[in-house]
Design a binder for this molecule. Sequence first.
Ligand SMILES: NC(=O)c1ccc[n+]([C@@H]2O[C@H](COP(=O)([O-])OP(=O)(O)OC[C@H]3O[C@@H](n4cnc5c(N)ncnc54)[C@H](O)[C@@H]3O)[C@@H](O)[C@H]2O)c1
Ligand SMILES: C[C@@H](O)[C@H](N)C(=O)O
Length: 343
Amino acid sequence: MRAAELVDAGDVRLRDVDRPEPASDEVLVEITDVGICGSDLHWYEHGRMGDRIVEEPLVLGHESAGRIAEVGSDVEGFSSGDRVAVEPGVPCRRCEYCRTGRYNLCPDVSFMATPGTDGAFREYVAWPADFVHPLPDSVSTRDGALCEPISVGLQAVDRGEVDVGDSVLVVGAGPIGTLAMACARAAGASEIAVTDIVDSKLERARSFGADHAIDGRAGDVAERVRDHLDGGADVVIEASGARPAVETALDSVARDGIVVLVGLAPDAEVPVSTYDLVRGQIDVRGSYRFANQYDDAIALLEDGRIDVGALVDFADPLSEIGEALERASDPAILKGMVSVGEE
Ligand SMILES: NC(=O)c1ccc[n+]([C@@H]2O[C@H](COP(=O)([O-])OP(=O)(O)OC[C@H]3O[C@@H](n4cnc5c(N)ncnc54)[C@H](O)[C@@H]3O)[C@@H](O)[C@H]2O)c1
Ligand SMILES: C[C@@H](O)[C@H](N)C(=O)O
Protein backbone atom coordinates (compact mmCIF):
# COMPACT_ATOMS: atom_id res chain seq x y z
CA MET A 1 0.00 0.00 0.00
CA ARG A 2 1.06 3.63 -0.35
CA ALA A 3 2.02 5.62 2.76
CA ALA A 4 3.26 9.20 3.01
CA GLU A 5 6.22 9.21 5.40
CA LEU A 6 7.86 12.26 6.93
CA VAL A 7 11.57 11.46 6.75
CA ASP A 8 12.95 14.87 7.73
CA ALA A 9 11.73 18.43 8.24
CA GLY A 10 10.01 19.53 5.00
CA ASP A 11 10.56 16.11 3.38
CA VAL A 12 7.56 13.83 3.03
CA ARG A 13 7.79 10.83 0.67
CA LEU A 14 5.23 8.48 -0.78
CA ARG A 15 6.46 4.91 -0.29
CA ASP A 16 5.21 1.39 -0.86
CA VAL A 17 4.96 -0.37 2.49
CA ASP A 18 3.35 -3.58 3.74
CA ARG A 19 -0.38 -3.44 4.35
CA PRO A 20 -0.99 -4.00 8.09
CA GLU A 21 -2.79 -7.11 9.35
CA PRO A 22 -5.47 -6.38 11.96
CA ALA A 23 -4.87 -8.01 15.37
CA SER A 24 -7.77 -9.97 16.87
CA ASP A 25 -9.21 -6.84 18.56
CA GLU A 26 -8.63 -4.56 15.58
CA VAL A 27 -10.29 -3.63 12.31
CA LEU A 28 -8.47 -2.78 9.12
CA VAL A 29 -9.71 0.57 7.82
CA GLU A 30 -9.28 1.57 4.18
CA ILE A 31 -8.67 5.28 4.68
CA THR A 32 -10.60 7.64 2.38
CA ASP A 33 -10.28 11.10 3.96
CA VAL A 34 -7.80 12.80 6.26
CA GLY A 35 -7.84 16.38 7.56
CA ILE A 36 -4.60 18.32 7.76
CA CYS A 37 -4.14 19.68 11.28
CA GLY A 38 -1.83 22.46 12.47
CA SER A 39 0.19 19.86 14.36
CA ASP A 40 0.81 17.93 11.09
CA LEU A 41 2.15 21.18 9.65
CA HIS A 42 4.34 21.71 12.70
CA TRP A 43 5.86 18.21 12.44
CA TYR A 44 6.27 18.68 8.69
CA GLU A 45 7.99 22.07 8.99
CA HIS A 46 10.19 21.37 12.02
CA GLY A 47 10.54 17.58 12.23
CA ARG A 48 10.03 17.94 15.97
CA MET A 49 7.61 19.23 18.59
CA GLY A 50 9.32 20.45 21.76
CA ASP A 51 11.58 17.62 22.91
CA ARG A 52 9.86 15.01 20.68
CA ILE A 53 11.91 14.45 17.53
CA VAL A 54 11.07 12.50 14.37
CA GLU A 55 13.96 10.00 14.28
CA GLU A 56 12.22 7.24 12.30
CA PRO A 57 9.97 7.89 9.26
CA LEU A 58 6.58 8.98 10.57
CA VAL A 59 3.21 8.92 8.81
CA LEU A 60 1.34 12.13 9.69
CA GLY A 61 -2.44 12.72 9.73
CA HIS A 62 -4.76 11.98 12.64
CA GLU A 63 -8.18 13.30 11.49
CA SER A 64 -9.36 10.32 9.49
CA ALA A 65 -12.25 8.22 8.24
CA GLY A 66 -12.75 5.39 5.78
CA ARG A 67 -14.32 1.98 5.20
CA ILE A 68 -13.81 -1.27 7.04
CA ALA A 69 -11.75 -3.64 4.89
CA GLU A 70 -11.20 -6.49 7.36
CA VAL A 71 -12.42 -7.41 10.84
CA GLY A 72 -10.21 -8.98 13.55
CA SER A 73 -11.28 -12.41 14.81
CA ASP A 74 -12.56 -11.16 18.20
CA VAL A 75 -14.33 -8.05 16.90
CA GLU A 76 -18.12 -7.92 16.82
CA GLY A 77 -20.41 -5.29 15.36
CA PHE A 78 -18.41 -4.32 12.26
CA SER A 79 -18.61 -5.65 8.71
CA SER A 80 -16.56 -5.04 5.61
CA GLY A 81 -17.67 -1.86 3.86
CA ASP A 82 -18.94 -0.08 7.01
CA ARG A 83 -18.04 3.59 6.94
CA VAL A 84 -16.23 4.75 10.08
CA ALA A 85 -14.40 7.63 11.77
CA VAL A 86 -11.12 6.68 13.41
CA GLU A 87 -10.38 8.12 16.87
CA PRO A 88 -6.62 8.73 16.85
CA GLY A 89 -5.63 8.25 20.50
CA VAL A 90 -5.61 4.79 22.06
CA PRO A 91 -4.95 4.97 25.81
CA CYS A 92 -3.63 2.19 28.09
CA ARG A 93 -7.15 1.43 29.45
CA ARG A 94 -5.63 0.50 32.85
CA CYS A 95 -4.47 3.69 34.59
CA GLU A 96 -6.53 5.80 36.98
CA TYR A 97 -7.38 8.30 34.20
CA CYS A 98 -8.58 5.60 31.82
CA ARG A 99 -10.60 3.83 34.49
CA THR A 100 -12.37 7.07 35.42
CA GLY A 101 -13.25 8.03 31.84
CA ARG A 102 -10.60 10.73 31.48
CA TYR A 103 -8.55 8.77 28.99
CA ASN A 104 -7.40 11.98 27.27
CA LEU A 105 -5.03 12.32 30.24
CA CYS A 106 -3.58 8.79 30.02
CA PRO A 107 0.22 9.11 30.22
CA ASP A 108 0.64 6.00 28.03
CA VAL A 109 -1.63 6.99 25.15
CA SER A 110 -0.58 6.08 21.59
CA PHE A 111 -1.67 9.04 19.50
CA MET A 112 -1.53 8.89 15.70
CA ALA A 113 1.10 10.96 13.93
CA THR A 114 3.40 11.30 16.92
CA PRO A 115 6.76 9.47 17.09
CA GLY A 116 6.09 5.76 17.62
CA THR A 117 2.54 5.80 16.22
CA ASP A 118 1.95 6.23 12.51
CA GLY A 119 -0.95 8.37 11.38
CA ALA A 120 -3.44 8.08 8.54
CA PHE A 121 -1.82 9.54 5.40
CA ARG A 122 -1.75 5.96 4.06
CA GLU A 123 -4.15 3.58 2.39
CA TYR A 124 -4.86 1.23 5.31
CA VAL A 125 -4.74 1.53 9.09
CA ALA A 126 -5.22 -1.38 11.53
CA TRP A 127 -6.80 0.12 14.65
CA PRO A 128 -8.48 -1.13 17.87
CA ALA A 129 -12.16 -1.58 17.10
CA ASP A 130 -13.27 0.31 20.23
CA PHE A 131 -11.64 3.48 18.87
CA VAL A 132 -13.42 3.23 15.52
CA HIS A 133 -16.89 4.80 15.24
CA PRO A 134 -19.60 3.90 12.70
CA LEU A 135 -20.89 6.78 10.60
CA PRO A 136 -24.61 7.07 9.79
CA ASP A 137 -25.60 7.07 6.09
CA SER A 138 -26.17 10.82 6.10
CA VAL A 139 -22.59 11.64 7.21
CA SER A 140 -19.89 11.48 4.55
CA THR A 141 -16.46 10.09 5.36
CA ARG A 142 -15.03 13.54 4.56
CA ASP A 143 -17.18 15.11 7.28
CA GLY A 144 -16.61 12.09 9.54
CA ALA A 145 -12.84 12.63 9.41
CA LEU A 146 -13.44 16.01 11.05
CA CYS A 147 -15.05 14.42 14.12
CA GLU A 148 -11.56 14.80 15.55
CA PRO A 149 -11.39 18.63 15.68
CA ILE A 150 -15.13 18.73 16.52
CA SER A 151 -14.30 16.55 19.54
CA VAL A 152 -11.62 19.04 20.59
CA GLY A 153 -14.31 21.74 20.41
CA LEU A 154 -16.78 19.64 22.41
CA GLN A 155 -14.18 18.99 25.09
CA ALA A 156 -13.48 22.75 25.35
CA VAL A 157 -17.19 23.50 25.67
CA ASP A 158 -17.55 20.81 28.35
CA ARG A 159 -14.58 22.20 30.24
CA GLY A 160 -16.15 25.67 29.99
CA GLU A 161 -19.50 24.31 31.23
CA VAL A 162 -21.18 26.29 28.44
CA ASP A 163 -24.89 26.35 29.13
CA VAL A 164 -28.11 27.73 27.66
CA GLY A 165 -28.01 31.54 27.55
CA ASP A 166 -24.27 31.88 28.14
CA SER A 167 -22.19 34.45 26.33
CA VAL A 168 -18.98 33.05 24.86
CA LEU A 169 -15.81 34.59 23.45
CA VAL A 170 -13.66 32.45 21.17
CA VAL A 171 -10.12 33.75 20.72
CA GLY A 172 -8.61 32.50 17.45
CA ALA A 173 -10.84 31.53 14.50
CA GLY A 174 -8.81 28.66 13.09
CA PRO A 175 -10.55 25.29 12.68
CA ILE A 176 -10.44 24.59 16.42
CA GLY A 177 -11.86 27.99 17.41
CA THR A 178 -14.50 27.84 14.67
CA LEU A 179 -15.63 24.37 15.70
CA ALA A 180 -15.55 25.31 19.40
CA MET A 181 -17.84 28.19 18.46
CA ALA A 182 -20.23 25.80 16.69
CA CYS A 183 -20.16 23.42 19.67
CA ALA A 184 -20.84 26.31 22.06
CA ARG A 185 -23.87 27.27 19.95
CA ALA A 186 -25.06 23.66 20.02
CA ALA A 187 -24.71 23.70 23.82
CA GLY A 188 -27.06 26.70 23.99
CA ALA A 189 -24.77 29.74 24.02
CA SER A 190 -26.92 32.73 23.15
CA GLU A 191 -24.30 35.26 22.10
CA ILE A 192 -20.89 34.46 20.66
CA ALA A 193 -18.01 36.79 19.87
CA VAL A 194 -14.90 35.71 18.01
CA THR A 195 -11.61 37.50 17.64
CA ASP A 196 -8.78 36.88 15.16
CA ILE A 197 -6.07 38.86 13.43
CA VAL A 198 -6.69 37.64 9.85
CA ASP A 199 -9.51 39.25 7.82
CA SER A 200 -10.57 36.06 6.05
CA LYS A 201 -10.81 34.21 9.37
CA LEU A 202 -13.10 36.92 10.76
CA GLU A 203 -15.30 36.71 7.66
CA ARG A 204 -15.46 32.90 7.90
CA ALA A 205 -16.32 33.18 11.62
CA ARG A 206 -19.21 35.51 10.76
CA SER A 207 -20.52 33.14 8.10
CA PHE A 208 -20.18 30.29 10.58
CA GLY A 209 -22.52 32.10 12.97
CA ALA A 210 -20.48 34.44 15.16
CA ASP A 211 -22.62 37.31 16.43
CA HIS A 212 -19.58 39.59 16.72
CA ALA A 213 -16.29 39.23 14.83
CA ILE A 214 -13.67 41.43 16.50
CA ASP A 215 -10.44 42.41 14.77
CA GLY A 216 -7.68 41.59 17.24
CA ARG A 217 -5.31 44.04 15.54
CA ALA A 218 -7.43 47.10 16.29
CA GLY A 219 -7.03 48.25 19.88
CA ASP A 220 -8.32 46.88 23.13
CA VAL A 221 -10.16 43.65 22.33
CA ALA A 222 -11.27 43.07 25.92
CA GLU A 223 -12.98 46.45 26.03
CA ARG A 224 -14.91 45.69 22.85
CA VAL A 225 -15.82 42.27 24.19
CA ARG A 226 -17.19 43.90 27.33
CA ASP A 227 -19.24 46.31 25.16
CA HIS A 228 -20.70 43.51 23.04
CA LEU A 229 -21.17 40.91 25.78
CA ASP A 230 -22.56 42.95 28.62
CA GLY A 231 -19.48 43.28 30.82
CA GLY A 232 -17.51 40.25 29.61
CA ALA A 233 -17.94 36.69 28.39
CA ASP A 234 -19.34 34.04 30.72
CA VAL A 235 -16.97 31.61 29.04
CA VAL A 236 -13.81 32.37 27.06
CA ILE A 237 -12.26 29.69 24.86
CA GLU A 238 -8.67 30.49 23.87
CA ALA A 239 -7.90 28.64 20.64
CA SER A 240 -4.79 30.26 19.22
CA GLY A 241 -1.94 29.69 21.67
CA ALA A 242 -0.60 33.18 20.90
CA ARG A 243 0.64 35.07 23.96
CA PRO A 244 -1.37 38.31 23.33
CA ALA A 245 -4.44 36.16 22.68
CA VAL A 246 -4.05 34.44 26.05
CA GLU A 247 -3.88 37.87 27.67
CA THR A 248 -7.04 38.90 25.80
CA ALA A 249 -8.77 35.74 27.03
CA LEU A 250 -7.94 36.47 30.66
CA ASP A 251 -8.97 40.15 30.34
CA SER A 252 -12.30 39.44 28.62
CA VAL A 253 -13.98 37.04 31.02
CA ALA A 254 -16.93 38.18 33.15
CA ARG A 255 -16.98 37.85 36.91
CA ASP A 256 -17.53 34.25 37.99
CA GLY A 257 -16.60 33.20 34.44
CA ILE A 258 -14.45 30.40 33.05
CA VAL A 259 -11.42 30.72 30.78
CA VAL A 260 -10.66 27.54 28.83
CA LEU A 261 -7.17 27.31 27.37
CA VAL A 262 -7.08 25.08 24.29
CA GLY A 263 -4.24 26.69 22.32
CA LEU A 264 -0.96 24.86 22.78
CA ALA A 265 1.85 27.31 23.27
CA PRO A 266 4.99 25.75 24.73
CA ASP A 267 6.61 29.15 25.33
CA ALA A 268 3.59 31.38 26.06
CA GLU A 269 4.18 32.48 29.61
CA VAL A 270 1.83 35.31 30.46
CA PRO A 271 1.70 37.44 33.60
CA VAL A 272 -1.46 36.72 35.57
CA SER A 273 -2.98 38.98 38.22
CA THR A 274 -4.01 36.49 40.86
CA TYR A 275 -5.67 39.43 42.63
CA ASP A 276 -8.03 39.90 39.63
CA LEU A 277 -8.67 36.16 39.40
CA VAL A 278 -9.59 35.96 43.07
CA ARG A 279 -11.75 39.10 43.11
CA GLY A 280 -13.50 38.09 39.89
CA GLN A 281 -13.81 34.47 41.06
CA ILE A 282 -12.43 33.31 37.73
CA ASP A 283 -11.70 29.69 36.78
CA VAL A 284 -8.82 29.15 34.36
CA ARG A 285 -8.80 25.63 32.92
CA GLY A 286 -6.87 23.65 30.37
CA SER A 287 -8.67 21.45 27.84
CA TYR A 288 -6.70 18.59 26.35
CA ARG A 289 -7.78 16.54 23.36
CA PHE A 290 -11.06 14.71 24.12
CA ALA A 291 -12.56 11.74 25.89
CA ASN A 292 -15.84 10.10 24.87
CA GLN A 293 -16.75 12.93 22.49
CA TYR A 294 -16.90 11.09 19.14
CA ASP A 295 -20.51 9.94 19.51
CA ASP A 296 -21.66 13.51 20.18
CA ALA A 297 -19.57 14.82 17.28
CA ILE A 298 -21.24 12.29 14.96
CA ALA A 299 -24.70 13.21 16.34
CA LEU A 300 -24.05 16.91 15.65
CA LEU A 301 -23.10 16.06 12.06
CA GLU A 302 -26.11 13.79 11.63
CA ASP A 303 -28.50 16.48 12.92
CA GLY A 304 -26.91 19.05 10.58
CA ARG A 305 -26.06 21.24 13.55
CA ILE A 306 -22.45 21.63 12.40
CA ASP A 307 -21.78 22.26 8.72
CA VAL A 308 -18.21 21.02 8.93
CA GLY A 309 -17.94 20.89 5.12
CA ALA A 310 -18.02 24.71 5.08
CA LEU A 311 -14.63 24.64 6.79
CA VAL A 312 -12.89 22.75 3.98
CA ASP A 313 -10.93 24.79 1.42
CA PHE A 314 -9.45 21.95 -0.61
CA ALA A 315 -9.00 18.18 -0.79
CA ASP A 316 -5.88 16.98 -2.60
CA PRO A 317 -5.00 13.38 -3.49
CA LEU A 318 -2.45 11.43 -1.44
CA SER A 319 -0.04 11.54 -4.39
CA GLU A 320 0.15 15.34 -3.86
CA ILE A 321 0.72 15.22 -0.11
CA GLY A 322 3.75 17.56 -0.18
CA GLU A 323 1.84 20.22 -2.12
CA ALA A 324 -1.19 19.74 0.15
CA LEU A 325 0.90 20.37 3.28
CA GLU A 326 2.43 23.48 1.67
CA ARG A 327 -1.01 24.79 0.61
CA ALA A 328 -2.45 24.18 4.08
CA SER A 329 0.29 26.37 5.61
CA ASP A 330 -1.28 29.51 4.08
CA PRO A 331 -2.84 31.48 7.00
CA ALA A 332 -5.96 32.13 4.88
CA ILE A 333 -6.67 28.37 4.63
CA LEU A 334 -9.03 27.08 7.29
CA LYS A 335 -8.92 23.34 6.55
CA GLY A 336 -7.12 21.35 3.88
CA MET A 337 -7.81 17.66 3.39
CA VAL A 338 -6.22 14.68 1.71
CA SER A 339 -8.32 12.21 -0.28
CA VAL A 340 -6.77 8.77 -0.09
CA GLY A 341 -7.49 6.25 -2.83
CA GLU A 342 -9.05 8.72 -5.28
CA GLU A 343 -6.54 9.34 -8.08
N1 LIG B 1 -5.74 21.40 23.59
C1 LIG B 1 -5.89 20.55 22.59
O1 LIG B 1 -6.26 19.39 22.76
C2 LIG B 1 -5.66 21.00 21.18
C3 LIG B 1 -6.10 20.22 20.10
C4 LIG B 1 -5.91 20.71 18.81
C5 LIG B 1 -5.27 21.93 18.64
N2 LIG B 1 -4.82 22.60 19.73
C6 LIG B 1 -4.19 23.92 19.62
O2 LIG B 1 -5.24 24.85 19.46
C7 LIG B 1 -4.77 25.98 18.73
C8 LIG B 1 -5.70 26.22 17.56
O3 LIG B 1 -5.63 25.18 16.62
P1 LIG B 1 -5.94 25.49 15.08
O4 LIG B 1 -5.67 24.24 14.34
O5 LIG B 1 -7.28 26.12 14.98
O6 LIG B 1 -4.79 26.55 14.80
P2 LIG B 1 -4.67 27.69 13.71
O7 LIG B 1 -3.26 28.16 13.75
O8 LIG B 1 -5.25 27.24 12.43
O9 LIG B 1 -5.63 28.85 14.26
C9 LIG B 1 -5.21 29.79 15.21
C10 LIG B 1 -5.92 31.08 14.92
O10 LIG B 1 -5.54 32.02 15.91
C11 LIG B 1 -5.39 33.28 15.28
N3 LIG B 1 -4.58 34.17 16.11
C12 LIG B 1 -3.23 34.26 16.20
N4 LIG B 1 -2.90 35.25 17.04
C13 LIG B 1 -4.06 35.78 17.50
C14 LIG B 1 -4.35 36.85 18.38
N5 LIG B 1 -3.40 37.57 18.99
N6 LIG B 1 -5.66 37.12 18.62
C15 LIG B 1 -6.64 36.40 18.01
N7 LIG B 1 -6.42 35.39 17.16
C16 LIG B 1 -5.13 35.09 16.90
C17 LIG B 1 -4.77 32.92 13.93
O11 LIG B 1 -4.92 33.96 12.97
C18 LIG B 1 -5.53 31.67 13.55
O12 LIG B 1 -6.69 31.96 12.80
C19 LIG B 1 -3.32 25.65 18.35
O13 LIG B 1 -2.46 26.22 19.34
C20 LIG B 1 -3.28 24.14 18.44
O14 LIG B 1 -1.98 23.67 18.70
C21 LIG B 1 -5.02 22.18 20.98
C1 LIG C 1 -5.73 16.54 19.63
C2 LIG C 1 -4.97 16.81 18.38
O1 LIG C 1 -5.81 17.37 17.41
C3 LIG C 1 -3.78 17.69 18.61
N1 LIG C 1 -3.27 18.19 17.39
C4 LIG C 1 -2.73 16.91 19.38
O2 LIG C 1 -1.80 16.45 18.80
O3 LIG C 1 -2.82 16.78 20.55
